[in-house]
Ligand binder design. Structure first.
Ligand code: ADP
Length: 570
């Protein structure tokens, strides 16, 4: 019964189907009651047989209609069945003074509501013919009255239904328009991000080359400023893209198992140097009882924490930034991880706190106008936490500092305590050292990109790596080269005119007598997004790097895929 009710009330199912379901259920109950009544009230065998056959046929028709979804056919047959059986049972049901008139009225309503156009006309014709049963002529007037009143009610209902349908069509059209608009907006933002990343890749990459040179202090300072400005621009593009995704519902939470210690290590490595550059102490306090392995969206958790810690560093002139991690086992079997980010910075006025998480809203502009920012970060934090069933709250004393309190429930994979973990035990990522620079010695690398500037950046970034770097300006040229030359590694752009990077990768893998069928291929693209890495790995790439890529990142990826070994290729 519950299932029937939920189907009848489900707005996703068409009105006609729902009406058919409702009325057929009522009719079936009525058939059964009349059959049982005939059985117990000692009706004639013929009547009982007619009702039994009618009930079975009706039930079979309704079942067929539900299974096949042929509402038109099913509703016409069941409607006709109603009117065929009706005259046969008229007198046994007490004639004009028995149960026949209400059943007749219901049958009319049934036909009117579940059938349409010619099916409705045919069913009503059978109804009229049925009424012309020779012995019921004496009750013609009464029947005519029932017929007219019922028809009038049916017409009224049909009118209301048509109005509902017309309005529904308008709503559906508007829904489709909004969906199209959302999609267009999504496409616009992701293509805008791609278009901005491509030239910024060249700026940051070539600037990195300048920084590697022997240059005067003034040029170095200029180049460092270009580097900072480039990173801010990229950060802003990423924030706008995330915001667009969140607002159009395109942001997905992708859960996977992760080691608590390694996640925290990544965070600390990313923020510690920034705090130190500003002369701030960075303090880490980890509850040793935290489970060693949790399951959740590690990338988004890192994004949330990075945002809040970066703000703490940004809005603190002196003192410290403290990240404390603790938690407790929840009643739902999950572990509620609690992150507290406390700073000794400028603080936030009490009246500004409710506005902190609104998009494009920067508070206390007088104190913060000199600090770069878009006012999007905390809004993204809040929305990401909502998606992860987490929460964020702030306590602050103006002029003294703030504490951001974040809670995120995570599934427990391994409840073994993580143990004591302090800053000293957190391994630092290898610096861009000189020995890294020679990591690709003797390797042959092919860079494929349709933008000549990008090819130049890769070539220059790998200039000191010892690798022989060749380039191809598109898929066709890449295939020509891989046919005759073995490359240890191919750096492949994705979006290229003619043949895209994924197609090119597949063609290289299948290339008959090709020299690079087993080579490592890394996607080096301006397409960013949490799901991109998975997408490119599924497509068959061995790695995924986002433009603008740093020399250090490129070298680390090469070292990961092709660990240095005695190699004497020329
Ligand atoms: P923004 O890009 O401006 O930093 P956010 O959304 O990250 O944008 O933050 C919104 C506003 O909240 C900031 O402009 C700043 O005024 C305030 N704010 C955020 N974090 C802190 C903090 N740790 N201390 C003081 N003010 C903060």
């Amino acid at each position: 019964m519950k299932a029937v009710m939920s189907r009848i009330l489900d707005p996703e199912i068409s009105l006609r189907k729902r009406l058919f379901q409702l009325l057929s259920t009522i009719a079936l109950v009525e058939y059964c009651i009349v059959t049982v009544y005939n059985l117990v009230s000692g009706s004639s065998t013929t009547q009982i047989v007619i009702m039994l056959i009618g009930t079975i046929l009706f039930a079979a028709t309704v079942a067929f209609t539900f299974r096949s979804g042929h509402i038109r056919v099913g509703s016409t047959i069941s409607g006709l069945l109603y009117f065929c059986i009706y005259p046969l049972t008229f007198f046994s049901a007490g004639g004009m003074y028995g149960g026949a008139p209400p059943v007749f009225a219901f049958a009319l309503v049934y036909v009117f509501l579940v059938t349409e156009k010619w099916e409705r006309a045919a069913s009503l014709a059978v109804c009229i013919l049925g009424r012309r049963h020779p012995v019921d002529v004496e009750h013609a007037e009464s029947f005519l009255a029932i017929l007219l009143v019922t028809l009038l009610l049916c017409m009224l209902f049909t009118f209301v239904t048509e109005v509902y349908r017309a309005e529904n069509r308008i709503v559906q059209r508007q829904k489709k328009e909004i969906e199209d608009l959302n999609q267009a907006q999504k496409n616009f933002f992701s293509s805008m991000s791609h278009e901005i990343r491509t030239p910024v890749n060249a700026i940051i990459g070539l600037n990195e080359m300048t920084l590697r040179e022997e240059i005067s202090d003034e040029v170095r300072e200029n180049a460092q400023n270009i580097e900072v400005a480039g990173r801010i621009l990229l950060h802003t593009v990423n924030e706008i893209l995330d915001m667009a995704k969140l607002e159009t519902g395109g942001m997905e939470i992708l859960k996977s198992d992760y080691r608590t210690a390694s996640m925290l290590s990544d965070i600390v490595n990313m923020v510690r140097s920034r705090a130190m550059e500003k002369g701030l102490d960075f303090v880490l306090r980890v509850d040793p009882a935290l489970p060693a392995v949790l399951c959740g969206d590690e990338i988004r958790i890192k994004q949330v924490l990075l945002n809040v810690i970066t703000n703490a560093i940004k809005y603190t002139r002196e003192g410290s930034v403290t990240l404390s991690i603790s938690g407790e086992h929840g009643e739902d079997g999950r572990f509620k991880v609690v992150y507290d980010v406390a700073d000794t910075g400028i603080g936030i006025r009490e009246e500004s706190i409710p506005h902190l998480f609104s998009s494009f809203r920067r508070v206390d502009e007088q104190s913060t106008h000199a600090i770069e920012g878009t006012g999007l970060g905390l809004s993204i934090v809040k929305q990401l936490l909502d998606l992860m069933e987490g929460s964020v709250s702030v306590s602050s004393e103006y002029g003294k500092g703030s504490t951001f309190h974040i809670e995120i429930p995570q599934e427990i994979v391994d409840d073994t305590p993580v143990g004591s973990l302090d800053l000293k035990t957190v391994p630092d990522k290898a610096p861009a050292s000189q020995q890294n620079r020679l990591i690709a010695s003797g390797l042959r690398i092919l860079a494929v990109d349709d933008t000549p500037m990008n090819l130049m950046v890769v070539k220059k970034l790998l200039r000191d790596s010892g690798a022989v770097v060749e380039t191809a300006s598109g898929g066709t040229e890449a295939l020509r080269k891989t046919l005759t030359t073995h490359y240890d590694l191919i750096l492949m752009d994705h979006q290229m005119p003619g043949m895209d990077g994924i197609t090119c990768l597949h063609r290289i893998r299948e290339q008959e007598s090709g020299m690079c069928r087993d080579s490592r291929v890394v996607c080096l693209t301006a397409n960013v997004g949490a799901d991109m890495e998975t997408r490119y790995r599924e497509a068959g790439f061995d790695g995924y790097l986002v433009k603008p890529v740093r020399g250090k990142t490129l070298e680390e990826e090469i070292a990961r895929l092709l660990p240095p070994a005695p190699h004497t290729d020329s």
